[in-house]
Design a protein around this ligand. Structure first.
Ligand code: NAG
Ligand code: NAG
Ligand code: NAG
Ligand code: NAG
Length: 282
């Protein structure tokens, strides 16, 4: 029995050393039990600095709406800031893997990425984030994959775990200190959870929290942005060191506008911890 437990632990625990100092240990659970993680591959990709780079537009408070609306050219969703005296210690949320359709009039393949992260705004030198990217090809076929990134050091696509458009995922990021964090990527539908214990990461400020759908940049250009089915973020919450909960109430509701002013996606609040991201049809 003891040796069985021992071998389970050994196979469940894989250690990788990333560039520079950042290190990560990954463990995998299936239906709550530790399982062999050796079939999981972390494919290094150039850090994309998912989200929040590019032109930032004005913000306005709409007197008739409870939304605090601002605009971005590359993402839509919800963003909320804590204070340096009360840093963020956890961020969580469920969301569905983007389920895409080709946007007429622009070339395939087309994309969208949904993710949850900390920093990257007020503190733009670093950002810790995890989520999924879906791609839709010319024939309408889709493929999706999960990834995590600690900008600017490393970004990894997680290979070997099934992710399908419409699956319910959750991301749980716990920050122990500015260079140590734990990221849990769960596919609630398929019963697996991969935990990444990260150490020696780029120093976080632990200020901004965000739940985002993104038209990300690759090689300095935005990828073609698909249309998508209503994408819910549920049970979203961030917690601070002092125990404060940050959610959708009082957050910035960010709408994505393209160069000619069309709103391509926007969030609508349901309540303090749930919102939906809607797709412009054009
Ligand atoms: C951070 O923001 C500053 C000021 O807006 C900008 O000059 C700089 O290029 C940004 N850095 C990154 C890594 O985006
Ligand atoms: C997120 O992870 C932390 C640390 O393991 C845990 O305490 C917390 O309950 C998790 N949150 C959710 C919503 O599962
Ligand atoms: C609106 O959101 C911004 C963050 O972008 C925040 O600084 C501001 O306090 C919010 N305003 C209100 C009235 O909620
Ligand atoms: C902005 O989006 C609208 C609606 O999809 C589209 O007609 C227009 O061509 C887009 N503009 C740019 C510059 O992509």
């Amino acid at each position: 029995m003891r040796s069985l437990v021992h071998s389970l632990l050994v196979t469940a625990l894989m250690i990788w050393s990333a560039v520079a100092d950042l290190r990560y240990v990954a463990t995998l659970e299936q239906d709550g039990r530790a399982v062999d993680a050796s079939h999981i591959e972390f494919v290094k990709t150039p850090p994309l600095r998912h989200g929040r780079h590019g032109r930032h537009a004005s913000s306005r408070r709409d007197a008739n709406a409870k939304d605090n609306i601002s605009y971005s050219d590359n993402w839509c969703g919800v963003s909320h800031r804590s204070t340096p005296s009360d840093p963020v210690s956890n961020i969580f949320g469920y969301f569905t893997v983007p389920d895409l359709k080709l946007r007429p009039g622009i070339p395939a393949p087309q994309f969208a990425a949904a993710w949850i992260g900390v920093d990257g705004a007020k503190c733009n030198s670093t950002m810790l984030q995890a989520g999924v990217t879906t791609v839709v090809n010319a024939n309408g076929g889709q493929s999706a994959s999960a990834w995590w990134e600690w900008f600017p050091e490393a970004s990894y696509s997680i290979k070997g775990l099934t992710v399908k458009p419409g699956d319910w995922m959750s991301i749980n990021i716990t920050i122990k200190d500015e260079r140590t964090a734990r990221v849990v990527v769960t596919n609630a539908q398929r019963g697996y959870a991969i935990t990444l214990a990260l150490t020696e990461g780029p120093k976080l400020c632990r200020l901004d929290t965000e739940w985002i759908l993104e038209d990300f940049y690759e090689k300095n250009a935005q990828v073609a942005f698909a249309t998508f089915s209503d994408l819910w973020f549920l049970d979203v919450a961030a917690t601070t060191v002092a125990g404060k909960t940050i959610g959708v109430d009082g957050a910035a509701m960010v709408h994505m506008k393209n160069e000619t002013g069309s709103v391509l996606c926007w969030p609508e609040q349901w309540d303090s911890s749930n919102f939906v991201v809607l797709s412009g049809s054009g």
